[in-house]
Design a protein around this ligand. Structure first.
Ligand code: S3P
Length: 427
């Protein structure tokens, strides 16, 4: 424990919710208007794509309005999802069901390596005409919109992106679409549809949507992104003499698994000013330095903290006892192979960490040292390593640190605001 962080900040608007504002807004002639839209490049990719499809996008700072405009039309140019898996997968679900359109969807090098069969296969079962590299397993994909049939799909993996792609397809299908999940995943699509007044049935592990032509409009404030707040939760917990207030953070329980796990490890955290925004629970989190104990996390906890697992690994190095994180094989197909990237980064800082196919074993109470670590171009790895750097006894240089702009462009300036000491060196 070498540094402390103190202060009060507001993290940017939730990335997952902002994507859905962009995509559901494109199906509404009245439009969806929000404040606190995510400042990250990923959500700008979504807005760029829906604009290319002929929808109306107005953006003034964090205020964004998306509306159907003339209706979704064939884009004359390739749709570029950039680094964003959510953009690519949700758009696929949307476009597969728009007859008369032909779309080509691609992304950056990282996204072109990521699996797309998880959406292409179920959409094809509904009648979608999608082709692509490697038989439709990877971007670029071509989508010839067609009238989809309804149906039921049992998801083989817990993925909110796949679930949401199918629900979006269901809105323009001939019959209802039911998705059955193996474990609960983030339910922002369902909450937003309910909040807009669109009929949707949720029953245990299944969710059903019905064909719906023109979504009602709405306006609200996007909650702060829990996944961004998570960096400060762990930072405050592992640094000494620290106390941070994070205002207006989204507290949807399908997202806050990290909080639950850290609390079981001894996190000192309280919640104030609880309210709701756009149907989503929101509150202020007050987090203080904590004496953490080790934990064991299995597959049942993974979906509610899938993006925060690299951070939990960082926290584990500072907890008392050995932490086991397993059942997280999905991390291998995120923006980079996050299991390998975390092991490599923490080892560079002198940590002992064992890598498994689906997670890590991490002894606690470790001394970390300054080092040069590779973000592998992955925003969450860059920020997790910066947090680890707060507990290291020398400067940490993060190669490719600019990638934080994917979800959290303000990350390093907010780190400087909160930190009373040296900040990690950026590479
Ligand atoms: C997201 C779902 C998750 C998450 C991603 C955002 C979403 O991906 O990792 O950052 O907005 O639906 P998976 O659906 O692949 O688990």
């Amino acid at each position: 424990m070498t540094r402390s962080i103190n202060g009060r900040i507001e993290v940017p608007g939730d990335k997952s919710i902002s994507h859905r504002v962009g995509i559901l807004g494109a199906l509404s002639s009245r439009g969806i208007e929000v404040t606190n839209f995510s400042s990250g490049a990923d959500c700008a990719s979504t807005l760029d794509c829906v604009e290319k499809l002929g929808c109306s996008v107005e953006r003034h700072g964090d205020r964004v309005k998306v509306a159907r405009g003339e209706g979704i039309a064939e884009a004359s140019r390739t749709l570029d999802a950039g680094n964003s898996g959510t953009t690519a997968r949700l758009l696929c679900g949307l476009l597969a069901g728009v007859p008369g359109t032909f779309s080509v969807l691609t992304g950056d090098d990282s996204l072109q390596r990521r699996p797309m069969s998880r959406i292409v296969d179920p959409l094809r079962v509904l009648g979608a005409r999608i082709d692509g590299r490697d038989g439709g397993k990877r971007l670029p994909l071509s989508i010839r919109g067609t009238r989809l049939t309804g149906g039921q799909y049992v998801l083989p993996m817990a993925s909110a992106q796949v679930k949401s792609a199918l629900l979006l397809a269901g809105l323009s299908a001939q019959g209802s679409v039911t998705v059955v999940e193996p474990l609960p995943t983030r339910d922002h699509t369902e909450i937003m549809l309910e909040h807009l007044g669109v009929p949707i049935r949720r029953d245990g592990d299944s969710v059903t949507v019905y064909p719906f032509d023109d979504l009602p409009g709405g306006s609200w404030r996007v909650p702060g992104d829990f996944s961004s707040a998570a960096f400060w939760i762990v930072a405050a917990a592992i640094c000494s003499d620290s106390s941070v207030r994070l205002s207006g953070v989204g507290l949807n329980p399908t997202r806050t698994g990290l909080l639950e796990v850290l609390r079981s490890m001894g996190l000192d955290c309280s919640v104030e000013n609880e309210s709701a925004q756009g149907g989503e629970p929101v509150g202020d989190l007050i987090v203080r330095s904590s004496s953490l104990r080790s934990v064991s996390v299995g597959s049942d906890m993974v979906p509610s903290m899938v993006d925060e697992l690299p951070l939990l690994a960082v926290a584990a190095t500072q907890a008392e006892g050995t932490t086991e994180i397993r059942g997280a094989g999905e991390l291998r197909v995120k923006e980079c192979d996050r299991i390998a990237a975390v092991a490599e980064g923490l080892r560079a800082m002198g940590a002992d960490i064992t890598e498994h196919d689906d997670g890590w074993t991490i002894p606690g109470s470790q001394k970390l040292r300054g080092a040069r670590v590779d973000s592998r171009g992955d925003h969450r790895i860059a920020m997790a390593m910066a947090v680890a750097g707060l507990a290291a006894d020398g400067p940490v240089e993060i190669l490719g640190s600019d990638c934080v702009s994917i979800s959290y462009p303000e990350f390093f300036s907010q780190l400087e605001e909160l930190s009373d000491d040296l900040v990690p060196t950026r590479g």
